[in-house]
Design a protein around this ligand. Structure first.
Ligand code: MG
Ligand code: MG
Length: 268
């Protein structure tokens, strides 16, 4: 993807993309409502698809690259791209739920890692720090910086806690296609990579492992897992690059209102 031109969106186009991103956030809030020990990942996938279509959107992942599902749900040592199915979520699990929506020609793409029941404190900390990594990446997504500044900010924060930063998968530009230039790695050097300009829309998505950074893909051809089997976390926002401060287009507020009611906020 590195050689493809970067597309800058107009403010009108960004407003349309924001609607898709907000629908992703609302869909993940529906997931939050349902998610509990005993829920299967397939149940969550079905409710997400139904909700997106009811709201006038189309699942953004389904059918793309042969993806069979609306959500990608990655449990515990699964990093990303877990396929929903008969798996039953258990007390103490963490589940990253990644969702895309296509509406009015533009994609939204956002992910949140949920706790299932009572989660051990070291894993809760992994979630909190990964969430902080996302915020630090967003802070660096400003006009004049480079993609390496985003990656550096994420990597520095994760590694300061002893965590592993996945190299094989990255954030990306998002727009009329789900995955566009530039790649937005979660590691990097300050001042390197693609220069950021106002109107670029980026999906920033740290994937942070409690243990080693190395991953492997399972035989299903989709699921990526941490090589050492330790838990992994993943949070993703769509942001528009602006001068001075990025504009966050997706939101976790719908999700976190639900989690607050359930007493399951990771920051608590
Ligand atoms: Mg995603
Ligand atoms: Mg993405």
């Amino acid at each position: 993807m590195g050689s493809k031109p970067v597309v800058n969106l107009s403010d009108d186009e960004i407003a349309v993309l924001k609607e898709s991103s907000l629908l992703v956030g609302k869909t993940l809030a529906e997931v939050a409502r349902r998610l509990a020990p005993g829920t299967t990942t397939g149940q969550l996938d079905r409710l997400a698809e139904e909700y997106i279509r009811d709201q006038g959107g189309v699942p953004g992942f389904k059918g793309l690259y042969g993806c069979p599902s609306t959500l990608l749900i990655s449990v515990n040592e699964e990093v990303v791209h877990g396929l929903p199915g008969n798996r039953v979520l258990r007390d103490g699990d963490v589940a990253s739920v990644d969702c895309g929506v296509l509406m009015n020609g533009f994609y939204g793409d956002s992910a949140y890692t949920f706790m299932v029941g009572e989660v051990a404190e070291p894993v809760r900390k992994l979630l909190r720090v990964t969430r902080e990594c996302l915020d630090k990446g967003i802070e660096a997504a400003i006009e004049g910086n480079r993609t390496g500044d985003i990656g550096y900010a994420i990597q520095h924060h994760a590694e300061s806690h002893g965590y592993g930063v996945v190299r094989e998968l990255t954030g990306h530009g998002v727009g009329q296609l789900l995955h566009m230039a530039p790649d937005v790695p979660n590691y990097g050097r300050r001042g390197q990579g693609t220069r950021l300009r106002t109107g670029m829309v980026l999906a920033i998505e740290p994937m942070i492992n409690m243990g080693v950074k190395e991953v492997k893909q399972l035989a299903d051809g989709w699921t990526v897992v941490a090589r050492d089997g330790k838990p992994s976390a993943h949070f993703e926002h769509d942001v528009a690059v602006r001068a001075g401060k990025a504009e966050v287009l997706s939101t976790f507020s719908y999700i976190e209102n639900v989690l607050k009611q359930k007493g399951e906020l990771i920051t608590a």
